[in-house]
Design a protein around this ligand. Sequence first.
Ligand SMILES: Cc1ncc(COP(=O)(O)O)c(C=O)c1O
Length: 377
Amino acid sequence: MQIPFLDLRAHHASMRDELDTAIREVIDSSAFAGGPFVAKFEQEFAAFCGAANSIGVGNGTDALWLALLALGIGAGDEVITVPMTFMATAEAISYCGAKPVFVDIDECTYTMDPDLLERAITPKTKAIIPVHLFGQTADMDAIVEIAKRHGLPVIEDACQAHGAEYRGRKAGSIGAAGCFSFYPGKNLGALGEAGAVVTNSEELKNKIQMLREHGQAKKYYHTLIGWNARMDGIQGAALRVKLKHLDRANEARRAHARFYDQQLAEIEEVILPTQADYARHVYHLYVVRLQDRDRVLQAMADRGIACGIHYPIPVHLQEAYRFLRHGKGSFPVAERCAEEFLSLPMYPELTTTQLETVVHEFKSLINASKRTYERTA
Ligand SMILES: Cc1ncc(COP(=O)(O)O)c(C=O)c1O
């Protein structure tokens, strides 16, 4: 049996007719760039997040970049984030001309460790970006409290956390702005590239709306130097369809995670993901930790099961950030996790047979390596 890491074809099958109709409506109305389908999605997504506004943009990287620009972040500034994230979080900071400053992650939630945050703040710090990694929010109360004391805005990188909750509040609605990616494989994925910023601030909303459209509030009257970061009409229409299915899809992910949790609990050699008491985790990824990760990854692939690594190199050790001169050992938790993380297949349409097969093969591999170790020890 071949088990993919993610099966978008299966994911779209149950909503295929609705998607076809939505796309046809966009073609019939020629509303391809921005327009009414994007505007409707913006309203519905803001309501879903429990926020006043959402602004559709080209992708999650644009969302982070424009949120930072709208907050006035620029050359000479520092923005604090984590080294265990997708590269885009740091790239957005760099593309404002600012410097990413890293704070290590918590050993259990894999999100920003609030105990390490305050000592990273300097007079140059202008914002903090916690990342809600793998579908679980960072400890927002602790982070927001420190940020408030220093007068700093918090931008949530919620690109992996559509529908996740922190103490009953939706990811993205807690900080000054929340940034989302709708890359196809996300919990809420478009049929191409798309993203959004969610905010309760009218001022930030207006600024981001201008920045995404060449700095204009009125056609051909440019107040700011902006960019083209509009969302496509087809993505807006498709996302409206898919948003209606998001709660159900997240529930399915959570049920699969419970199954993995129960079935893998007895394996001492493997650290399972933990859901913090403050969190409603939506398992964008189900990530376990183990020694000998690369061998297990390959052996699972040999048995037809596609696993992933998110992420093999923490951002501070990426070639692109060599100039920041962070050596190995600078952020030990992130570095250890990068060596041990293994993402098991996770998508709403995984069947019971597929889940059982993943568990069976994974367990037998871990037990086999235990026996080899015992023989050679
Ligand atoms: C944590 C995180 N931040 C930012 C991004 C960037 O989003 P996009 O790929 O839509 O630009 C992603 C997407 O992979 C992400 O996972």
